[in-house]
Ligand binder design. Structure first.
Ligand SMILES: *[C@@H]1O[C@H](CO)[C@@H](O)[C@H](O)[C@H]1NC(C)=O
Ligand SMILES: *[C@@H]1O[C@H](CO)[C@@H](O)[C@H](O)[C@H]1NC(C)=O
Ligand SMILES: *[C@@H]1O[C@H](CO)[C@@H](O)[C@H](O)[C@H]1NC(C)=O
Ligand SMILES: *[C@@H]1O[C@H](CO)[C@@H](O)[C@H](O)[C@H]1NC(C)=O
Ligand SMILES: *[C@@H]1O[C@H](CO)[C@@H](O)[C@H](O)[C@H]1NC(C)=O
Ligand SMILES: *[C@@H]1O[C@H](CO)[C@@H](O)[C@H](O)[C@H]1NC(C)=O
Ligand SMILES: *[C@@H]1O[C@H](CO)[C@@H](O)[C@H](O)[C@H]1NC(C)=O
Ligand SMILES: *[C@@H]1O[C@H](CO)[C@@H](O)[C@H](O)[C@H]1NC(C)=O
Ligand SMILES: *[C@@H]1O[C@H](CO)[C@@H](O)[C@H](O)[C@H]1NC(C)=O
Ligand SMILES: *[C@@H]1O[C@H](CO)[C@@H](O)[C@H](O)[C@H]1NC(C)=O
Ligand SMILES: *[C@@H]1O[C@H](CO)[C@@H](O)[C@H](O)[C@H]1NC(C)=O
Ligand SMILES: *[C@@H]1O[C@H](CO)[C@@H](O)[C@H](O)[C@H]1NC(C)=O
Length: 583
């Protein structure tokens, strides 16, 4: 029987229609990225040429909502081979768009182009994009923001009034591609970045007072801001502070966390942190509503080098200025920790938990114990490598389980997988354990030349679809113990536990958080310590796992997971798009 529409029910359906409209329909977010030369001056030095997207540093921010399709036409107007990686995007069904050169695609050669298409499904938060070959991500990077489908109202925390992207980066005076070429030739790591930047600008310094080189955030008192903090630097974990303010951390790597109050944020290359900030200081006080936001490196390395050989011990800064503030005096600087304050870094990185209990898989089917190391390898004279003068016959190399990764030269790994012919491209023998058991973190192991020695290879660990992988990442003290930010493409993982020293498989599982562990795509393995991660391999393809310090990646700190097809058409690797670049 039909019920007559009454005025109130009409009103109700009208209201429902309004709600439906306010929940935006899935959209196509389309961009053209012209990657090319950009002339820029920093630190009062003469203009130089860098490689950048659309003449911008940082590059354009991509804003999407959960469920949208992102389409980026990348046109390579630079003189270099180029690819772009969409850091943290799962790429389910769009494996050919992941971006790491020679892993999922051949690079786009100068004059070429490639269209990256992918959906941002089941993910929301702060991610980013960057070049994934040579050291080009030093200048080819930008934010990728995924809002909830329901808009700001759907945030599971205090609704921010405004949002600010805060991209932390490195500034190199040298040409980064030349540094990469030189490093691969000599086996010596590139020197460190010259300065740190916030939204592309280094901030004030006595030597260079150009106000154009300081980013300024104008904030309204008592409003709630969401800072979307991204570490886009090549090699530097950063301490991040704002004088006289503290943060409420609500997400990391686009995964919500339980609100965590801290006056400092620690963010390693590849990681992101979303933090709420309320500018609630007294504008009539001595500082009058002007403060510095500042970053300094977290130097986690313990080795023979001086801190200043590894990192520029300078401060990157931006200005926070309250609307209506009264001060004209210089902004107040935050009190920053010491560069080597591992306790503070560890406290921040290990204190985050997931907002709601996670579905941590309990039935582990693949157990791996993997050392992440610095070491050495033999010179290969046929590749015109110049050996280190002080270490006869060997050059610097880094490794996972003693395998020092090199990219294939003629065919991308995903194409080889798709064509079912790995011959000459990769081998399926990445080991589940290191070749020998030793005291990984003992200071004495630094001196053991036998243990340090590695060989170059392109090894993958093949996984059946849907396997549950648990990986212990164990840092070693060979050459240097250091906090390596290990990034996995194609998946998020749960960080079950992390600590210092050698992992003990009998006692340490008791430390696992199987209820609400943080979920990330990049974990900073504690220096001279370990982290245990777990993920379900439910995404077929070739997924790079590597240290997000580019200097370590260049020397082989990586491996690749080859995840086999699942049983249904949606869980199979699709054919490559027709414009996939060829080698
Ligand atoms: C991406 O989303 C669009 C629109 O919802 C859909 O048609 C398409 O099949 C999705 N692609 C993949 C690879 O999931
Ligand atoms: C992209 O490459 C194709 C094939 O080489 C070419 O036809 C097209 O004009 C290029 N597009 C742009 C925008 O450069
Ligand atoms: C690369 O090496 C060459 C030859 O040793 C040197 O002249 C050049 O300055 C190096 N480039 C950089 C950026 O360090
Ligand atoms: C840049 O770094 C150098 C040392 O590497 C330092 O002397 C200088 O003050 C820094 N400049 C800025 C703007 O931080
Ligand atoms: C600062 O930027 C403005 C606007 O882009 C420009 O007009 C001015 O010349 C710049 N100042 C310096 C010192 O570069
Ligand atoms: C912010 O809050 C403080 C303390 O409640 C108050 O004194 C001040 O007037 C407020 N400022 C604005 C702009 O609302
Ligand atoms: C940090 O380095 C300083 C020297 O620069 C040293 O005195 C201090 O003990 C170090 N702190 C830690 C925690 O290693
Ligand atoms: C655990 O996984 C294995 C291999 O997939 C399967 O055979 C077994 O039934 C699973 N056990 C449970 C309790 O789910
Ligand atoms: C090594 O250098 C020589 C002379 O510069 C060059 O002819 C040769 O092609 C190089 N070999 C490789 C493998 O790059
Ligand atoms: C696999 O690739 C290798 C190297 O390119 C080639 O020699 C071989 O013929 C290929 N095998 C098949 C079955 O296609
Ligand atoms: C290096 O480590 C290996 C394996 O533990 C051991 O056999 C060897 O004696 C060590 N060498 C030195 C010089 O400590
Ligand atoms: C650029 O890519 C092409 C195709 O993969 C390759 O042959 C060439 O060596 C690359 N150039 C450089 C400088 O790496």
């Amino acid at each position: 029987m039909e019920v007559m529409a009454r005025p109130w029910s009409l009103l109700l359906s009208f209201a429902l229609a309004l709600v439906a409209v306010s929940v935006a329909q899935a959209a196509v977010v389309e961009h053209t990225f012209n990657v090319g030369n950009m002339s820029i001056s920093r630190l009062c030095k003469p203009e130089k040429i860098i490689t950048a997207v659309n003449g911008q540093l940082p590059g354009p921010t991509i804003f999407a909502s959960e469920g949208d399709t992102v389409v980026v036409h990348m046109v390579n107007e630079s003189p270099y081979n180029m690819t772009i990686h969409w850091h943290g995007i799962f790429q389910r069904g769009t494996q050919w768009a992941d971006g790491p050169a020679m892993v999922t695609q051949c690079p786009v050669q100068p004059g070429g182009n490639y269209t990256y298409r992918f959906n941002v499904t089941g993910q929301e938060g702060t991610l980013w994009w960057h070049a994934h070959n040579s050291l080009h991500r030093a200048t080819v990077y930008g934010a990728l923001i995924i809002k909830p489908r329901g808009g700001v109202a759907a945030y599971p925390f205090t609704k921010p009034d405004e949002e600010e992207v805060v991209i932390l980066g490195e500034w190199w005076n040298a040409d980064v591609d030349e540094l990469h070429v030189n490093a691969t030739k000599t086996g010596q790591p590139a020197p460190h970045a010259d300065n740190y930047t916030i939204n592309g600008k280094p901030g004030a310094s006595s030597g260079c007072a150009d106000p154009n080189q300081t980013h300024k955030f104008e904030l309204k008192q008592n409003k709630t801001y969401m800072l979307r903090i991204i570490n886009a630097g090549l090699n530097t974990p950063l301490f991040f502070k704002i004088a006289n303010h503290s943060f409420n951390v609500v997400a990391a790597d686009a995964c919500y966390t339980k609100p965590y109050t801290s006056d400092i944020v620690v963010v390693s290359p590849g990681q992101t942190v979303d933090a709420l900030l309320i500018p609630d200081a007294d504008i009539t006080s001595i500082s009058g509503g002007r403060y510095y936001m500042a970053v300094i490196p977290y130097n986690s390395a313990v080795n023979a080098l001086n801190a200043s050989d590894l990192y520029s011990l300078s401060t990157g800064s931006a200005i926070i200025e309250y609307t209506g503030g009264s001060s004209t005096s210089p902004p107040m600087l935050p009190q920053l920790p010491e560069y080597n304050d591992t306790a503070t870094a560890h406290r921040f990185l290990s204190s985050m938990t997931a907002l709601v209990p996670n579905k941590v898989p309990l039935n582990v089917t693949t157990q791996m114990f993997v050392t992440v190391s610095m070491g050495d390898t033999f010179c290969e004279p046929d590749q015109n490598t110049t050996c280190l003068p002080d270490d006869k016959g060997t050059i610097f190399a880094s490794s996972m389980n003693n395998a020092s990764f090199i990219l294939p030269k003629t065919t991308s790994m995903l194409e080889a997988m798709y064509r079912k012919n790995a011959t000459g491209v990769y081998t399926r023998d990445f080991p589940d354990t290191p070749p020998i058991v030793f005291d990984y973190t003992a200071d004495a192991s630094e001196l053991n030349a036998t243990l340090k020695h590695t060989f170059k290879s392109t090894k993958v660990r093949t996984l059946k679809y849907n396997e549950t992988v648990q990986m212990v990442l164990q840092n070693t003290r060979l050459v240097s113990k250091e906090s390596h930010p290990m990034h996995l493409h194609g998946f998020n993982f749960f960080v079950l536990a992390q600590d210092f020293g050698n992992y003990n498989e009998t006692t340490d599982p008791a430390k696992f958080n199987l209820v609400d562990p943080q979920e990330r795509n990049t974990v900073a393995v504690p220096t001279g310590g370990w982290a245990v991660i777990r993920f379900i391999a439910d995404n077929p393809g070739m997924w790079f796992m590597h240290c997000h310090f580019d200097s370590h990646l260049d020397f082989g700190l990586g491996m690749v997971f080859e995840v086999e097809d699942g049983p249904t058409p949606e869980t199979k690797l699709p054919p490559p798009p027709s414009d996939l670049p060829q080698c």
